[in-house]
Design a protein around this ligand. Structure first.
Ligand code: AP5
Ligand code: MG
Length: 215
């Protein structure tokens, strides 16, 4: 199964991809996580991506398409994968279709999480992730069960993203509406678009996604 998690910043793409990964064993491929890792490692790609990420702009199609092309050719992707945050432009979607066709593969579902812009700032400003295993949390909506300890791995260090501030979030939202939302008719036309209510609770969104996946 090949899935695309689709939605604005803070919609819950990463949260739901992690849940699907645990249940179905599909690998989560987050271009945001991969770019942050490249930036932290100081690689050439990371340095090129840094400025765009910090200002809430999109990184170039060439960079992200290259990253995904390499990643989906790895062994752990052969039983399927979840694309989280890719594609984000029509050019990326066309490049993905071409890569999949060349491998004899096809997208199963594009899961759109519909969320109003007004809740986005609240979602991203409360977000933190485990520094060891990358499990995602939220101060109010998904706190750790034991304060200061990761539910998944017991880690005690957490990270907050530098682009999770109100100013950068508004640029990220603008980029979403101008460059990414135009992909919705593209996928509707292909018959793979499934829309769920991203405003609902994490558990309810997960239930709606499971319904899509079992149809
Ligand atoms: P990326 O890391 O993909 O950021 P994003 O799209 O802005 O999305 P987020 O990760 O902020 O949100 P999410 O939907 O994963 O939400 P989450 O599940 O964490 O990209 C970062 C940057 O990298 C981009 O700005 C760009 O520069 C670059 N980039 C990446 N991919 C690119 C590409 N393809 N092309 C070009 N550039 C690219 O949830 C958010 C919070 O809300 C969490 O705390 C969570 O616990 C909570 N939450 C989740 N669901 C719910 C719910 N239903 N109810 C209440 N709280 C919830
Ligand atoms: Mg994410």
């Amino acid at each position: 199964m090949i899935l695309v998690m689709f939605g604005p910043p803070g919609a819950g793409k990463g949260t739901q991809a992690q849940l699907i990964q645990k249940v179905l064993g599909l690998v989560q491929l987050s271009t945001g996580d991969m770019l942050r890792a490249a930036k932290n490692a100081g690689t050439a790609i990371g340095l090129k991506a840094k400025e765009a990420m910090e200002s809430g702009q999109l990184v170039t199609d060439e960079i992200v398409v290259g990253i995904i092309a390499d990643r989906i050719s790895e062994d752990d992707c052969k039983n399927g994968f979840i694309l989280d945050g890719f594609p984000r432009t029509v050019a990326q979607a066309e490049a993905l279709d071409k890569m999949l066709t060349e491998k004899g593969l096809k997208l199963s579902h594009v899961i759109e999480m519909e969320v109003d812009d007004v809740v986005i700032v609240e979602r991203v400003s409360g977000r933190f992730t485990c520094a060891s295993c990358n499990e995602g949390y939220h101060d109010s909506f998904k706190p750790t069960k034991v304060e200061g300890t990761c539910d998944e791995c017991g880690g005690t260090e957490f990270i907050r993203r530098p682009d999770d501030n109100a100013e950068t979030v508004s640029s990220r939202l603008k980029a979403y509406h101008e460059q990414t939302a135009p992909l919705l008719p593209y996928y509707k036309e292909q018959g793979v678009l499934r829309t769920v209510d991203g405003m609902a609770s994490i558990d309810e969104v997960s239930r709606q996604i499971n319904e899509v996946l079992t149809v």
